[in-house]
Design a protein around this ligand. Structure first.
Ligand code: F6R
Length: 247
């Protein structure tokens, strides 16, 4: 695993965006696996800026997102569909037909999970998967448990995840309790993985994930077995990693 330590959130966002931009320049028709959440917003802003400056073209790019809340329509303002439009897609020249997220309103959510895995296979997997990290070590919405769940699946969100995500809703009761998430198999199938972390409040999760045993109790720890992972974090988030891992 490669670790890139930066001074602050802005510099972390720049590094994460640079890795994504390098992927697009290397392979203009690449498949990007994308995440939502607060951490990656800065990186998406940099990508939009570079596009506006004529330095980055998304015309051939296809994207596949990690997750979507169950029960939220794509038009819902808190859906991950609308997050992606707002934070990235509307600001770049990507073809909306080339952007994929699970359908949170599918009549049969488990069938939707199978469709999503078929889609991922047909796309040939992600060239680069961007991840954030949950306080409990989740990636996508793969929550801590007794085993690593490999395929895309329906998940009950952990109470801590519901609370963490409630900051974006008007009350905690409005946060959906279930989601569809790409599984650990789909994430580990990516040819490159970039994990973005920021802030003191992520330091413990970073330590558990990247300096402890591989265990489904900390889903991100499986990434230690992936052969091309870059952890990009600011100083505060990486503070609890052993010194020899930090560069
Ligand atoms: C969302 C997702 C989640 C977030 C994680 C961190 O698509 O995949 O795993 O990346 O919950 O969220 P933030 O960045 O808001 O702390």
């Amino acid at each position: 695993m490669r670790v890139i330590e930066t001074e602050d959130y802005e510099a972390m966002s720049l590094e994460a965006a640079s890795l994504i931009a390098a992927q697009i320049r290397e392979k203009p028709d690449c498949v990007l696996g994308l995440a939502t959440g607060s951490t990656v917003i800065g990186a998406y802003e940099r990508l939009q800026e570079w596009h506006r400056a004529g330095q980055l073209c998304f015309a051939g790019v296809r994207t596949v997102n990690l997750d979507e809340y169950l029960g939220l329509a794509p038009e819902h303002c808190q859906s991950y569909h609308s997050y992606m439009r707002r934070r990235l897609f509307d600001g770049v020249d990507i073809d909306p037909a080339n952007t994929f997220l699970p359908d949170g309103t599918a009549a049969d959510p488990w069938e939707e999970c199978r469709r999503y895995d078929r889609l991922l296979r047909e796309m040939g997997g992600q060239d680069l998967q961007l991840l954030g990290l949950g306080h409990n070590g989740h990636i996508g919405f793969n929550e801590p448990g007794e085993e690593f769940v490999l395929p895309t699946h329906v998940v009950e969100l952990a109470e801590s995840t519901v609370r963490a995500n409630s900051r974006l809703f008007s009350s905690v009761d409005e946060v959906p309790r279930r989601a569809i998430t790409m599984g650990i198999g789909g994430i580990m199938g990516a040819r490159r993985v970039v994990v973005a972390v920021s802030g003191e409040d992520k330091a413990e999760a970073v330590e558990l994930a990247f300096a402890g045993p591989v265990t489904p109790r900390v889903p991100a720890s499986i990434l230690m077995l992936h052969r091309d992972v870059t952890l990009v974090g600011d100083r505060a988030a990486l503070a609890r990693l052993p010194k020899e891992m930090r560069v």
